[in-house]
Design a protein around this ligand. Structure first.
Ligand SMILES: Cc1cc2nc3c(=O)[nH]c(=O)nc-3n(C[C@H](O)[C@H](O)[C@H](O)COP(=O)(O)OP(=O)(O)OC[C@H]3O[C@@H](n4cnc5c(N)ncnc54)[C@H](O)[C@@H]3O)c2cc1C
Length: 494
């Protein structure tokens, strides 16, 4: 695929925007724990054709914006190269990770996905095309785009830095039965920077696991858990959480399998909808084995269908506001030094376990608007994504819980992932983020009259949604089912 074809697509999208009179949005459903009904009233721009890798060199990959992370990995890993900071989902797109947020277990070394972008192209709300937005060209837009969630323009191309890697990793599991021991070791390992990847889990109160992974080049005599692309057992072998529950100490994986370790289950989200251990064999195993590869996979050349495993999994825990009262999917930004307080708050509000703890190196720049810290409130260089995904165990309303988390992150100079359920109040939101900067960037780049405002987009709720058929079914069957799951949780997540 050439730049010539890319330029033709670019012109076509720009022309359609020039003639448009309504608010604009992408046609992606994406990965959001949000109500997307507003899209029906707006002009939806088809970005689904932008699925080609344009150039792959030693130190960068240049992609159209709907190229998925899975496709990037399958293009770069054979050449022993990878994007420095990779999000934990193979079907996330490079455009979505730049406009939204992208982070994973190597982010404690390399920051967010967006921090590793070299340049990008964007079509503005008036149809104007700006090419090669970078640290030196339209730098206000380069730094300001992260976390604007499609409210600034349509990104069409993203060029990302590559770093050397190996094709295999050794994964180590370290288990702890007190917060203090875990925290001491976790902070030390982060400071030492000797793991290529690191993340942690609060399994339940006083049960923690650090999972670190390092590249290995010499795989002779090592028992690599080679996971066939179509394997009914794949889910069982891949789920890191299953390994933790079984108190594993280490294992070897192909790098690609490690990077896609959550793709079959959206972390442990699957236990919410597939009963008992059957989920692994029936849903993730048999179903995926039966699906044609080109529907399932994000391999190069298979971009057209690209319905990923992650999407299937995430879709079941995403987007129903009735279920929202029972199930939480929320990511809170926490400075490393405030983890204990955050865990105590989460215990008080929800008691939901397990929790994901992913460290990120936060690189502050004054032109960043959303994906950044408030330096006067957060002195830490390492922040954590505290992911709380699972059944709510208290009777507090979801709104109250989410607002408590949102305030906690704001009070400590951090932010909450906008893709998760948001209940920001207008005052809290704009106290945290620089409204003048956001408004003026939107005005400069013709976004203000053409794209929805971010506060409205994050907090959008269709009031009638609770009464749809899915909600009624959930009300009838779901509540009992969740209760049953909760009672058996320790057994289920093994
Ligand atoms: C269950 C679950 C688990 C998650 N786990 C992780 C995780 O481990 N790590 C992580 O980093 N993130 C995680 N996320 C969040 C997810 O990575 C972000 O929402 C990311 O932005 C998704 O990428 P996407 O390509 O699907 O984007 P989308 O969801 O499609 O888009 C994200 C935002 O960017 C906008 N956008 C998309 N494409 C473009 C474009 N071409 N031009 C302009 N705007 C655009 C959209 O309008 C949207 O507002 C998770 C989300 C869910 C629901």
């Amino acid at each position: 695929m050439s730049y010539k074809d890319y330029n033709l697509k670019l012109e076509r999208i720009a022309n359609s925007i020039k003639n448009n009179t309504k608010l604009i949005t992408t046609n992606r459903k994406g990965h959001n724990y949000r109500d997307l009904k507003f899209k029906k009233k707006q002009t939806r721009i088809e970005t689904g054709t932008l699925t080609n890798v344009l150039e792959l060199k030693n130190d960068y990959i240049d992609c159209e914006s709907a190229v998925t992370i899975g496709k990037v990995n399958r293009s770069t890993i054979p050449t022993k190269r990878m994007i420095p900071s990779l999000p934990e989902g193979d079907n996330f797109t490079v455009g979505g990770c730049l406009a939204g947020l992208g982070l994973g277990s190597s982010s404690y070394l390399y920051g967010f996905f967006g921090d590793n972008v070299i340049d990008f192209d964007i079509i503005l709300g008036n149809g104007e095309i700006i090419k090669k937005v970078s640290k030196t060209k339209n730098s206000d837009l380069y730094y300001g785009i992260g976390g604007t969630y499609g409210t600034m323009g349509i990104i069409t191309r993203v060029k990302i830095k590559l770093i050397p890697c190996e094709k295999h990793v050794k994964v180590n599991y370290y288990h702890y039965n007190s917060f203090d021991n875990f925290y001491k070791d976790f902070s030390r390992r982060i400071k030492e920077r000797s793991s290529d990847f690191i993340e942690a889990f609060a399994n339940k109160k006083n049960s923690y696991t650090i999972v670190s992974a390092n590249f290995i080049s010499d795989i002779k005599h090592k028992k690599i858990a080679v996971i066939k692309n179509k394997d009914i057992m794949k889910q069982r072998s891949m789920t890191i959480y299953a390994q933790i529950s079984n108190k594993k100490e280490s294992c070897y994986l192909r790098l690609l399998d490690y990077l896609e370790r959550y793709s079959y289950a959206a972390f442990w989200g699957h236990y919410l909808y597939t009963p008992y251990k059957m989920r692994d064999y029936l849903y993730a195993g048999l179903l995926y084995s039966l699906m044609p590869q080109k529907i399932l996979d994000s391999s190069p050349g298979h971009g057209r269908y690209n319905i990923s495993k992650y999407f299937h999994a995430a879709n079941h825990i995403v987007g129903d506001y009735y279920r929202d009262e029972y199930v939480l999917a929320t990511d809170i930004g926490v400075p490393l030094s405030k983890l204990k307080e955050a865990m105590e708050l989460a215990d008080k509000m929800t008691e939901t376990y397990p929790r994901w703890i992913c460290p990120i190196n936060i690189d502050h720049h004054p032109d960043k608007i959303f994906c950044t810290k408030k330096p006067e409130l957060c002195k830490d260089d390492i922040i954590l994504d505290l992911g709380i995904y699972g059944i709510k165990n208290t009777s507090k309303p979801s709104k109250e819980i989410n607002q408590a988390f949102e305030r906690f992150s704001f009070e400590h100079g951090m932010f909450k992932g906008f893709f998760s359920t948001c209940y920001f109040t207008y005052e809290d939101f704009w106290n945290q983020f620089d409204k003048n900067k956001y408004d003026s960037l939107r005005e400069t780049y013709h976004a203000d009259k053409n794209f929805m405002n971010i506060f409205d987009k994050m907090n959008y709720r269709n009031k009638t949604k609770k009464d749809n058929l899915r909600s009624k079914l959930f009300k009838f069957f779901g509540k009992k089912y969740l209760k049953q799951i909760n009672n058996n949780k320790d057994r289920l997540i093994k």
